[in-house]
Write a protein that binds this ligand. Structure first.
Ligand code: NAD
Length: 495
């Protein structure tokens, strides 16, 4: 057996071996074989990383840099990310099995967040207040929070890290990242680019390991000012509870059960492609998956036939091939979870019209592949319609009219995203107003941008990433009062 590559954490601009001396095997989901060893970090490693980040926040070069200089560093980092996009994309694919066609594009596009927030860094202005006291001068300024803990999932590791990091660094914070135990390699490779860009040591640190062993000590560390978390609702809730004990600021990007709503007046071929992109792209392993397809009754049967025919042609296999359209599931627990939901759907009476099992196609080898799966006869109260499966599993639910579409769309605990397919301008404007979701796509799906705020309604999360406001998630406002009076007024009354 070939020797596995041993990775190191990244703390204070140096490789760092785990205090525990222990490692976690990391796998290639396409081959099902381990390729590397990720350090199994614990509270001792977290303490080192937070100490480095705290030191970098309060002393040395970083706090002395002007916002313009921070912007320059971010833009240089953006250039390095773009130059290294193919290599970083390949590292992602080896760990999470997503298509190189998507991951190389994602990493290239990630550069834009560094350019955008690099440009924004020196445009965050405070204000002079037209203060209502004649003998005072008062102004506000926006300051960074301190050490930010970032906890990242396995589905789009570098992109989701970037959404947080670009804004947090532009604001002047320092950072400790805990990537997913399944996909730590890309954050560690990226760390060297941060160093190459010229960021002072300690500004960016990576601790690897399990959520409970490395993530929780980071969340509860007294010197961490804020936790920016992306992941499942269960872990997000636990992180929120733990953070509450230290009164820490928190932003949460959690799961979804997004409705993709197809009206009879839609452009049918586009809507079919939109429905496929909503659930089979990224093998359905995306928080914004349009996993509930709401189809108007009058076109239901025709639409089902078309989407089944289209999905049947999806090419599965090696995610490193540009031809592949559906890759493997990233982790064995996720693979088992998806298969478990197929039993649930069957027991609840949903009818499987495509897939419904693990894939045994020869081109899928020993990887963790699941056939693109479509259920009809689903009612919105079934578990398959209420719970996040996070796999290539689509539930089709018929509806009568606008009222019923909106009612079904909103009848879940989540509110991350929604899609709408219609040629009627009235619907395109009115329905989004009534849907409880942070992002709504009309006649498109899965579009994201560095300038478009992203985040959840209801149980899909707290806070927003991307867009100008995202920088304030990593800043706090200070008000400064200066007296211009020659004599101090009565000290026993409020000024
Ligand atoms: P997960 O919640 O299992 O893990 C996410 C991260 O949290 C990992 O790094 C994990 O180690 C860490 N973690 C787990 N328990 C922790 C704890 N108690 N304390 C601190 N850290 C802990 O999620 P996952 O399986 O890696 O990712 C899939 C989930 O992420 C899905 O539910 C998906 O919807 C969600 N997600 C949301 C978005 C979004 O932007 N809203 C984007 C991508 C993924």
């Amino acid at each position: 057996m070939p020797e596995l590559e041993k990775l190191q954490m990244y703390i204070d601009a140096e490789g760092h071996d785990p205090a525990s001396g222990a490692y976690i095997e990391t796998f290639n989901p396409y081959t099902g074989k381990a390729w590397g060893l990720v350090p199994r970090g614990n509270a001792d490693d977290v303490n080192c990383a937070v100490a480095a980040a705290k030191k970098a926040f309060v002393s040395g070069e970083w706090p002395k840099l002007t916002a313009t200089a921070r912007g320059h560093l971010l833009r240089r980092l953006g250039d390095l990310v773009a130059e290294n996009a193919d290599r970083l994309g390949e590292i992602e694919v080896r760990d999470n099995g997503k298509l190189i066609a998507e991951m190389a594009l994602q990493t290239k596009y990630a550069a834009q967040w560094y350019y955008y927030f690099g440009g924004l860094a020196d445009k965050i202005e405070g204000g002079v207040l037209p203060i209502d006291k004649a003998d005072h001068f008062a102004y506000t300024s926006h300051e960074p929070l301190g050490v930010i803990a970032m906890i990242i999932p396995w589905n789009s590791p570098l992109l989701l890290l970037t959404w947080k990091l670009a804004a947090a660094l532009a604001a002047g914070n320092t950072v400790v990242v805990k990537p997913s135990e399944f996909t730590s390699a890309s954050a560690l490779a990226f760390a060297r680019l941060v160093e190459q860009a010229g960021f002072p040591k300690g500004v960016f640190n990576v601790v690897t390991g399990y959520g409970q062993e490395a993530g929780e000590p980071l969340v509860t560390h007294p010197d961490v000012a804020k936790i920016a978390f992306t992941g499942g609702s269960q872990s997000g809730t636990r992180v929120y509870e733990k953070a509450a004990a230290g009164l820490k600021k928190v932003s949460l990007e959690l799961g979804g059960k997004s409705p993709n709503i197809v009206f009879a007046d839609c452009h049918m071929e586009n809507a079919v492609k939109g429905a496929v992109s909503g659930i089979f792209a990224a093998t359905g392993q995306t928080c914004i998956a349009g996993s509930r397809l709401l189809v108007q009754e009058s076109i239901h049967d025709e639409f089902v036939d078309k989407i089944v025919a289209f999905a049947k042609t999806a090419k599965m296999g090696n995610p490193m091939s540009m031809e592949t359209q559906v890759g493997p599931v990233t982790t064995p627990p996720q693979f088992e979870k998806i298969l478990g939901y197929m039993d649930v759907a069957r027991a609840d009476g949903a009818e499987c019209v495509l897939g419904g099992q693990k894939s045994v196609r020869p081109e899928c080898g020993d990887g963790w592949f699941i056939e693109p799966t479509i259920y009809t006869g689903v009612t919105n109260s079934m578990r398959i319609a209420q719970e996040e499966v996070f796999g290539p599993v689509l539930s089709i639910i018929p509806f009568k009219d606008d009222e019923e579409a909106v009612e079904i769309a909103n009848d879940v605990v989540y509110g991350l995203a929604a899609g709408l397919w219609t040629s009627d301008i009235r619907r395109a404007i009115e329905i989004p107003k009534r849907i409880q979701a942070g992002t709504i796509w009309v006649n498109t799906y899965r579009a994201v941008s560095y300038m478009a705020p992203f985040g959840g309604y209801k149980s899909s999360g707290l806070g927003r990433e991307s867009g100008q406001d995202a920088i304030y998630e990593y800043m706090q406002t200070k008000t400064v009062w200066i007296s211009t009076a020659t004599e101090t007024a009565n000290p026993f009354v409020l000024r």
